[in-house]
Design a protein around this ligand. Structure first.
Ligand SMILES: [Zn+2]
Length: 475
């Protein structure tokens, strides 16, 4: 009798939702990524060197697209009316598993691969968010899956999406609107970071808009009474927003960037321009705040006796997390084990920490347990969130910089161009490809991930927060 129950339990265990193991497919995937390793590093390093900002990533996109093509994926360039957006696919039929690759840099963060601030080119952009690693790792995963489909080991379709302008305009919102995920069952994404975890945290929803004030120019001293100052309106507007901060929810944020406050001191400015961003972990809290902040522009314009115009740039949702997907990823991280570092890499990490005033503890690559999903997460926002409202999304964070590294800084650029970043990139590639393999091999896992997506989304209808074509060539 006891043996019978033991047998029954064993049968039940093997019939559960795919006991994830290091099977032959995963071994082949790891071998494939190891084979491509030197090339993937070259791809990443050239994107790191190009350091192209939002919608200017023509060389970076091409490096990825041509490597995909060279490896037998079918590439479609210029999707969603965005010259630097592309897809690379292989295979046919279900399931369709997609993976995202970003590749845009940030202005002003140019940096050499040294642990103290030292720009490679003064004032030039740099990969302060590690997106050079992001695109290359994801493409490596897509190629590894392609090779398994080609070998007849996996059945279905793999789709890599080259997604530009994450740092400024959120191109994925237009790509979602163009229907690029309509045929996808599950999407995989990752982000470089200072720790390694299957990421089940949401992010902040946000909206970006530009306010322009139009007045009348005049001599600042000889006939200022003939002037109507657009910069007065701008100052009144920022004052209004700063007073309003006291009355918004503690979870909300208001940021602005003055893009034009007049040109010279002796002219009453007839034009001013400000980029405003409102965010909150919940889109439903963010939207009423956005309405108030928009209204203030009208108030400022009345006070300064000028005209004004508001233009929506774009907006993004909060991330729809998927814990079932996170569990699959978690298992693969545990199968891989943590990244290990050489003495030199640890010293480099401590050097970064010394230069940025952080405790000199080196690298943190331990695999975090799957955390609780926080109700009001801090941190930033990403347009991956808009993908996550249209298809189940599994997220990963992998160590590509030392613990506590200030993000969007020269320190991230430094690590992303050397072995610390490269190691994280290759690791991310393997973890994502292994997770994709689980989804290809086990329809029950796909069903479970989809079920959670449906429950979390509920009755909410996704509406892209954009109202025109992608702002290519805009500032
Ligand atoms: Zn990023």
């Amino acid at each position: 009798m006891k043996q019978f129950f033991t047998l029954l339990i064993l049968c039940l265990l093997s019939a559960n939702l795919g006991a994830q193991k290091m099977n032959s497919t995963k071994k082949a995937i790891i071998a494939s990524i190891e084979d491509h390793k030197e090339n993937l590093i070259k791809v990443s390093d050239s994107i790191w060197e190009y350091a192209e900002t939002a919608f200017n990533e023509s060389n970076s996109a091409e490096v990825l697209a041509s490597y995909a093509e060279k490896n037998g994926l079918t590439v479609t360039r210029g999707v969603a009316d965005i010259p630097t957006a592309f897809t690379a696919t292989y295979g046919s039929g279900q399931p369709v598993i997609s993976v995202l690759g970003e590749f845009d840099a940030l202005p002003g963060l140019s940096q050499k691969t040294v642990p103290t601030k030292d720009p490679r080119i003064d004032g030039a952009p740099g990969h302060g968010c590690g997106h050079n690693l992001f695109g290359a790792a994801s493409l490596g995963a897509a190629i590894a899956i392609k090779e398994q489909i080609e070998a007849g080991k996996l059945k279905g379709t793999v789709k890599f999406l080259g997604t530009p302008a994450e740092e400024k305009f959120f191109a994925k919102v237009w790509m979602v609107k163009a229907g690029l995920w309509d045929d996808v069952d599950v999407n995989i994404s990752w982000h470089p970071g200072a720790n390694t975890e299957a990421d089940v945290q949401s992010g902040l929803s946000l909206i970006d808009f530009i306010v322009e004030f139009y007045g009348q120019a005049a001599h600042a001293s000889a006939d200022p009474w003939n002037g109507r100052s657009a910069s007065d309106a701008l100052e009144l507007y920022t004052n209004g927003m700063n007073y309003y901060r006291e009355h918004i929810k503690p979870t909300s944020r208001i940021h602005y960037h003055i893009q034009d406050g007049g040109q010279v001191v002796n002219v009453v400015p007839d034009y001013s321009r400000i980029w405003v961003r409102v965010r909150d972990p919940k889109r439903k809290v963010m939207l009423p705040t956005y309405e108030r902040v928009k209204k203030m522009a009208e108030g400022a314009a009345i006070m300064a006796n000028v005209d004004y115009k508001i233009s929506l740039v774009s907006g993004i949702y909060e991330m729809l997390v998927n814990r079932s997907g996170g569990e699959i990823m978690q298992k693969n991280l545990e199968l891989l084990g943590p990244i290990t570092y050489t003495e030199q890499e640890i010293a480099f990490g401590k050097g970064i920490q010394e230069a940025t005033g952080k405790p000199q503890v080196g690298m943190d690559s331990k695999i975090e347990p799957l955390r609780e999903t926080e109700k009001n997460p801090g941190g930033g926002s990403t347009d991956v969130a808009d993908v996550s409202w249209n298809v189940p999304n599994i997220n990963l964070s992998v160590t590509t910089a030392p613990k506590d590294t200030p993000w969007h800084s020269w320190a991230v650029v430094a690590c992303g161009g050397m072995s610390i970043g490269h190691k994280g990139m290759i690791y991310a590639s393997k973890a994502m490809a292994m997770t994709m393999a689980d989804l290809f091999e086990n329809p029950k896992l796909v069903a479970k991930v989809k079920e959670e997506y449906k429950t979390r989304k509920g009755d909410e209808k996704y509406e892209a927060m954009i109202d025109g074509p992608p702002p290519i060539g805009s500032n």
